[in-house]
Design a protein around this ligand. Structure first.
Ligand code: NAD
Ligand code: ZN
Length: 361
């Protein structure tokens, strides 16, 4: 399976197939890369899959070294990036050497940031191992590290040369991480594809049981949707905003409840429910559309409400976000399953009403 991301000179393929991490070396040997590579992973994924990837690279004539950062969001920082630079220098990586991210979104964003900046940019390959990374963060070219004052504040747009997705690695992914990734999968259906949304609902038991054939299919469709949005708006000037469906409230929930409380996808699930309610109150969509989304999220074991935050508090985080983007919030709102619209003129009292409803206080 191959999905092409068409971005002119920055185009790249996404290969999706079970067992693909074992073929990485072969694919690399077909392109014009120098023989040095650095595989960046974390302390959970490295021990599970690092050996397979390194062996595949070495079998194809590449020098490969593995560097592992501590698993978890705390590693998405400049200190960890420096650790990668140090390894890259010690391993003698030159401008045609490849940095390979083997892990979830944290490793992808971090290794991508290091690849974008080391020697002003070296070839970068994504081997995403969480569902979230496979359907979302590995496609689109956003790379970043966090600052203590905020997430993703230091980063770049930097496209990979290749994305290799192996659905079989999801076998070891904890259920909670799988479900968190499903929130972004549901999001892609909601913003762009009504039939795919129905497919998710019809196949929810197989998805939750990690059926490889069904997972491969949903990953492929997700990559297609995300790729098509990114192709039309690589730098998030406009259309790409629709990918932020559920994220305005979701980010506020993450900040309000504390980042340890929710996985990103869980906060986004609550945020999507909130955005749907807001759409309903604005008369943009019907009640049964809100219910369809809510029931799908519940079916995948995702939260749709939070008693961990107060409405006032969420509102203040949303206001703060607004200041950061200098001006008005672009709310991504629902018209129907598969169709969204962007509005910036949403009355504050309606937002407050929704926040009160989803915080249940
Ligand atoms: P993560 O990378 O922390 O992975 C979650 C956990 O799962 C980690 O403990 C990891 O070690 C473990 N893990 C990963 N793959 C595994 C596997 N196959 N088997 C067993 N354990 C495995 O988190 P995430 O949810 O993948 O990514 C979250 C990050 O992604 C956030 O920092 C977020 O900002 C970023 N993100 C970026 C974009 C983008 O466009 N660049 C989009 C969405 C999210
Ligand atoms: Zn997201």
């Amino acid at each position: 399976e191959e999905v092409k991301v068409d971005l002119g000179i920055h185009s790249y393929p996404i290969y999706i197939s079970p067992g693909s991490i074992g073929y990485l070396g072969e694919w690399l040997s077909q392109a014009d890369f120098s023989t040095r590579t650095l595989v960046v992973s974390d302390t959970t994924v490295g021990p599970l899959y690092g050996e397979t990837v390194v062996a595949s690279l070495q079998a194809n004539g590449f020098a490969a070294e593995l560097v592992c950062v501590a698993a978890g969001e705390a590693s998405k920082c400049l200190t960890a990036a420096e650790k990668i630079y140090t390894q890259a220098i010690l391993a003698g990586l030159d401008r045609k050497s490849t940095i390979i991210a083997l892990g979830g979104g944290v490793v992808g964003d971090l290794a991508g940031f290091a690849a974008a900046t080391y020697l002003r940019g070296v070839p970068f390959i994504q081997v995403p191992t969480t569902l979230l990374a496979q359907v979302d963060s590995s496609v689109g070219g956003k790379v970043a590290v966090d600052h203590i004052l905020g997430k993703n504040l230091i980063g770049a747009f930097y496209q990979p040369k290749l994305v290799v997705i192996d659905p079989a690695v999801l076998e070891t992914l904890p259920d909670r991480e799988l479900k968190a990734g499903l929130a972004e999968v549901v999001k892609h259906g909601v913003i762009a594809d009504n039939d795919f949304f129905a497919f998710l609902n019809d196949n929810s038991p197989a998805i939750l049981a990690k059926d490889p054939a069904v997972l491969s299919r949903i990953i492929r469709r997700n990559c297609e949707i995300k790729a098509s949005v990114v192709e039309q708006d690589e730098r998030e000037a406009n259309l790409r905003m629709i990918l932020n469906f559920g994220h305005t409230i979701g980010h506020a929930i993450e900040a309000g409840a504390g980042f340890e409380r929710y996985r990103h996808g869980e906060a986004i699930a609550i945020g999507m429910h909130g955005a749907a309610l807001l759409s309903r109150y604005l008369g943009l969509c019907r009640e049964d559309t809100v219910l369809a989304l809510k029931n799908t999220l519940l079916r995948f074991g995702l939260p749709v409400q939070s008693s961990e935050c107060r409405a006032e508090q969420l509102l203040s985080f949303i206001e703060r976000d607004k200041k950061n983007i200098s001006g008005s919030i672009n709310w991504v709102l629902l018209e129907d399953i598969g169709r969204v619209t962007i509005r910036s003129d949403v009355p504050a009292d309606l937002v407050k009403r929704v926040l009160t409803e989803i915080t249940g206080i």
